[in-house]
Design a protein around this ligand. Sequence first.
Ligand code: 173
Length: 318
Amino acid sequence: MMKTLALAALLSLGHGAAGADEVTLRAVSAFAEGTQFSKNFERFMQKVNADGKGLLRINYVGGPRAMPPFEVGNAVRTRVVDLAHGTGAFYTNLMPEADAGKLFGRPMSEQRRNGMWAFINELHNRKLNAWYLARQFHNVPFHIYLNKKLDRLEFGGLKIRVTPVYKDIVEALAGTAITTAPGEVYTALERGVVDGYGWPVLGIFDLGWEKVTKYRLEPGFYGVEVGVLVNLDVWKGLGDAQRKLLEDAASWLEGLDSENGAIIGSEIARQRQAGIESLDFGPAESKKFIDKANEAAWQAVIKRSPETGAKLRQLAGN
Ligand code: 173
């Protein structure tokens, strides 16, 4: 906090010196330290701190132990932190259409060319007072994991842990959706509060969920959206060299998505070794599921945000 105040003081002097001195940005992550969805962000911070000596450093306060994950969006909006690592699904209270990031499956290099990133950034500027610096994991799908075997692809009578990512498809298939933060999934499964949960194909080992998981339902669907946000006032107060440092590191971070294919292959093998069976109803049922998941998600986004939802769908082209 001291350092944030120091930055604020520096900016408010208004003598054009902003950016001349090293600036420290306080950062939090919505994902636990060292886990699949935080580890590239940790590499990003190391890179920024190595490349930015004398210019800018990131002071990493931590993950969910430092701040509840559903509060991260508001913390960057109000500048409780300067920089935040999180997912749109965790700040739909501030930006209802934030959850649509799961539906933009194109690589970021393309989204930056076709106007998608610019529009998403503008929405973040307006609703979160944040700059949408980077987006990762577009090529990592989500799955539903279960402890009960299904005889057909629907969830009648089942309670499934969700976030906004999975809520619409779980309910479209007659399941009962129960929202929890990731940190509560293990206990909910262990106590039988839920019969399954939504989560990406990566990361179930990070919090020990393989011990309480029997099946991974096929197919995978959507694409993970995990972003790096900078408070907009902080972003505007940086000097050109500081912004360039962050932008260069952001495109490097987005480039790490090329590693995901191999990581997914080894993690699926590891799930099999841990005794997690894949439940697969074949190509026709899988296609029906994907179509239904996409349609349910777009309809929900458009219902919550009619104008921006329609524009997002047009930019996404799906
Ligand atoms: O399941 C979740 O908590 C969730 O919505 C999510 C989003 C991105 C990455 C990992 C999990």
